[in-house]
Design a protein around this ligand. Structure first.
Ligand SMILES: Nc1ncnc2c1ncn2[C@@H]1O[C@H](COP(=O)(O)OP(=O)(O)OP(=O)(O)O)[C@@H](O)[C@H]1O
Length: 336
């Protein structure tokens, strides 16, 4: 038994189901029986194409589902307590202090009318209302330094539009760190950034994770980002986890045809554009999913059985789960 397993996980999501309902329409299940844990100091990546349910999983954890969305089954335990039983006020207190989130486009979360220092101070005051104005401002500058903003004092006096995309994302991370959270959810935080800035932000998140022992859920559609940052990976397809493994196992021994497809579509430093193979077809319409395996219509290895068999998530070896009746390990994959 490893050290991590002896302790209660920081976060434990069990059989989570989240649905959306629109007036007069049947409700649509967008997160379907999702279970995973995050330990302190661990970075868990959730990867999958657009619409696979990554963001709704994180919004369910944060208690930030938009209207029409609701959790209809399962539990979410934070440090051993089911947070789904908390009041709205208690959930609000948890956000910002215990768990924080950063998004793809910082501009939509920052107030364009307020200087950076005031926005960080506002986040600090929620958690430390008794601190003097001077102390709060000093803490705000410290946070900007922690996220490696050069000339923090000058940046503190600027407005969001005066900063580059990378600097704005650093400011968002500083705001997310104001309550000293133990869990950070990063939803595609580097997608809008150029490659160099992306690498700097990833390095910063890794550094904060190692230095403060923060558990991180990192959401992305980009496997090269996963390879760079994650300890463990959950691959999502049509609302379900289809593969879950350590980052090493996932890249060395991918088991699910969807994961293999994502890898073939992933550019590497020495790959030629013509070698890349996008996965054929489109992700299914969640209101009208195929009957058996949801990946069946796009799967180059599918057999008759996949048309009707609904695959369970099963453990192939310790720490490596797959939702496929023909995983690579069992040696039955033959491309059609
Ligand atoms: N407010 C909403 N009402 C109805 N359906 C929604 C709503 N928000 C999201 N969905 C549906 O939930 C599914 C999962 O969406 P989600 O945003 O979690 O996907 P994602 O994997 O994060 O994709 P992306 O990378 O594009 O953000 C999608 O099919 C989407 O259409």
């Amino acid at each position: 038994m490893t050290n991590n397993e002896q302790h209660t996980p920081l976060l434990s999501v069990d059989h989570l189901v989240t649905e959306f309902s629109a007036k007069g329409n049947k409700s649509i299940t967008v997160v379907d029986d999702v279970s995973f844990t995050v330990n302190p100091g661990e970075i868990v990546a959730i990867v999958g194409e657009s619409g696979s349910g990554k963001s709704i999983t994180s919004q369910s954890i944060m208690g930030l589902l938009k209207s029409g969305g609701s959790i209809t089954n399962g539990s979410i335990h934070y440090q051993g307590s089911n947070i789904l039983t908390l009041s709205k006020k208690e959930r609000r207190q948890l956000r910002g202090k215990e768990m924080s989130m950063i998004f793809q486009e910082p501009m939509s979360s920052l107030n364009p009318m307020l200087r950076i220092k005031s926005q960080i101070a506002e986040a600090l005051r929620i958690n430390q209302p008794s601190k003097s104005k001077r102390e709060t401002m000093d803490n705000a500058i410290d946070l900007l330094k922690q996220v490696e903003i050069p000339d923090a004092e000058a940046v503190a006096n600027r407005f969001p539009h005066q900063l580059s995309g990378g600097m704005r994302q650093r400011v968002m991370i500083a705001i997310a760190l104001a309550g000293d959270p133990k869990l950070l959810i990063a939803d595609e935080p580097t997608t809008a950034l150029d490659v160099t800035t992306q690498a700097q932000i990833l390095a910063l998140i890794k550094d904060l994770n190692k230095r403060n022992g923060t558990g991180v859920i990192f959401i992305t559609h980009d496997l090269s980002v996963v390879a760079d940052i994650a300890d463990r990976v959950l691959v999502m397809y049509a609302g379900k986890i289809v593969e879950s493994a350590t980052v090493y196992d996932l890249f060395e021994h991918p088991q699910h045809p969807y994961t293999i497809g994502l890898m073939k579509a992933m550019p590497t430093l020495d790959s030629q554009v013509e070698e890349l193979e996008p996965i054929s077809g489109n992700a299914p319409n969640l209101a009208n999913k195929p009957e058996g395996c949801a990946f069946y219509p796009r799967c180059p290895f599918a057999t008759e059985a996949c048309l009707t068999a609904v695959p369970e998530l099963r453990t192939l070896e310790k720490g490596h789960d797959v939702r496929c009746i023909h995983p690579v390990k069992e040696g039955v994959l033959h491309e059609k």
